[in-house]
Ligand binder design. Structure first.
Ligand code: MN
Ligand code: MN
Length: 413
């Protein structure tokens, strides 16, 4: 989706050792999962680039490599959840299936079921309250366990009464007819179950947006729009839309890998500049969401240091847990530069920590960028019900995050 939008705006694949000039637009695609978009600036990359990074993965349920089974004449997929979820929230909601399957003959099959009007959908079942006495006395973290996140995908038998697992066979037959793959092909597939809700206005005043995956697509969208709107900046603008943040940024499509570093080195090379010089002089906004203060759960927030809906983009100086473990803490000097930029360009902003010090914590991609010797701070949209199947943001905050990233690309810091 991002690639198509970029190509329509004139972005072309980046080529090593090519001569680029101000205003040129390039992208690097990483394994169909992550993308780097850049608009070449008037200054040499020797003076650093202005980076923004958001992640486009969200909590979900992935199919296991051997997903399909039948139990008492109902067919299911086994799943392995991805990212931090409260598992009980993922039962009894409509789910859609997305992903790719590589068939044995090498053909790549795109799968999307449950999003179009009239498509079938899927779900995880839960126990009726009438029989849930035992279940309800468990703690919330064990009410639904990982191995209970089984997706109901069928109930009717194949037209042959003599065979076992005929419901499973029927499902496989339908899948084969529709997508042309066989059960073994699940071994070379990446299929994911996500909530099938559409994004909608929330509230009588329509001041908010409810959607699956606001973390972090609400920031990724702001960032994408900002880079697409960037014409001929002073400094080269670079937007990274990355993968695997929700599982800790490891893997070759996550920001704990070298793909960003390689790009910045390659970009430098085009101008005869050492990659480390590009990095050391670069600055970055890590565009990720933060937890918005929720009066219904006031006891986990420290009011003076929490972000709120409608107060604008939230700058999170540091993330992490306990004694600032696992964090990148933006310096006073860098905070000053970002603050000054936002005030100069009338961007509404606020600061926020994730919650009370000893309650919990969280991380973003900021530390992986900081580890490249780049100045970085988190800036994004406050979210209610983060990591739930349906998350809530304010329209003002989403717009201000776009404005913040756009001005960051367009101006001296
Ligand atoms: Mn996030
Ligand atoms: Mn997250």
């Amino acid at each position: 989706m991002q690639k198509k939008a970029a190509e329509e705006k004139g972005f072309v694949p980046f080529e090593r050792n090519k001569k680029y000039k101000a205003g040129d637009k390039v992208y690097v695609y990483n394994r169909d999962k992550a993308i780097i978009l850049a608009v070449i600036g008037k200054k040499s990359p020797a003076e650093g680039v202005h980076l923004a990074a958001a992640h486009i993965d969200s909590p979900r349920m992935d199919l296991k490599p051997n997903p399909l089974y039948e139990s008492d004449e109902l067919a299911f997929f086994k799943t392995h959840y991805y990212g931090g979820i409260k598992k009980y929230q993922w039962t009894t909601i409509p789910l859609a299936l997305h992903g790719v399957v590589m068939r044995k003959d090498g053909a790549k099959v795109d799968v999307c079921v449950g999003e179009e009007e009239g498509d079938p959908q899927f779900c995880v079942t839960d126990l009726l309250p009438h029989l849930a006495g035992g279940q309800m006395s468990k703690s919330a973290s064990t009410v639904i366990t990982g191995e209970l996140l089984n997706i109901l995908i069928g109930s009717s038998a194949f037209d042959d009464e003599d065979i076992s697992d005929s419901v499973k066979l029927n499902i496989m037959n339908i899948i084969n007819e529709k997508y042309g793959f066989i059960e073994d092909d699940f071994l070379s597939a990446e299929l994911e179950l996500v909530p099938a809700f559409k994004a909608r206005d929330v509230g009588f005043d329509r001041s908010m947006i409810g959607s699956y995956g606001h973390d972090d697509r609400v920031c990724a969208y702001a960032e994408l729009k900002a880079i697409l709107d960037t014409k001929k900046p002073e400094y080269t603008s670079v937007a990274i839309l990355t993968d695997k943040e929700e599982t800790g940024s490891d893997g070759n499509t996550g920001l704990n890998s070298n793909y960003l570093k390689y790009f910045l080195c390659d970009l430098g090379e085009c101008f005869g500049v050492d990659g480390r010089q590009v990095m050391s002089n670069s600055v970055c906004l890590s565009a990720d969401v933060n937890a918005a203060y929720d009066p219904n759960f006031a006891d986990v927030y420290e009011k003076n240091n929490s972000s709120r809906l409608n107060y604008g983009a939230v700058i999170t100086k540091y993330t992490g847990a306990r004694g600032k473990g696992g964090t990148s803490d933006a310096s006073a000097e860098f905070m000053y530069r970002v603050r000054n930029l936002l005030d100069t360009h009338n961007v509404l902003w606020q600061t926020g920590e994730l919650g009370k010090v000893d309650i919990g914590g969280g991380g973003t991609v900021a530390l992986y960028i900081a580890n490249l010797d780049i100045d970085v701070v988190d800036l994004g949209v406050p979210v209610l019900s983060m990591h739930a199947p349906w998350e809530i943001v304010s329209k003002i905050d989403a717009y201000m995050t776009y404005r913040a990233v756009y001005e960051f690309f367009a101006n001296e810091l």
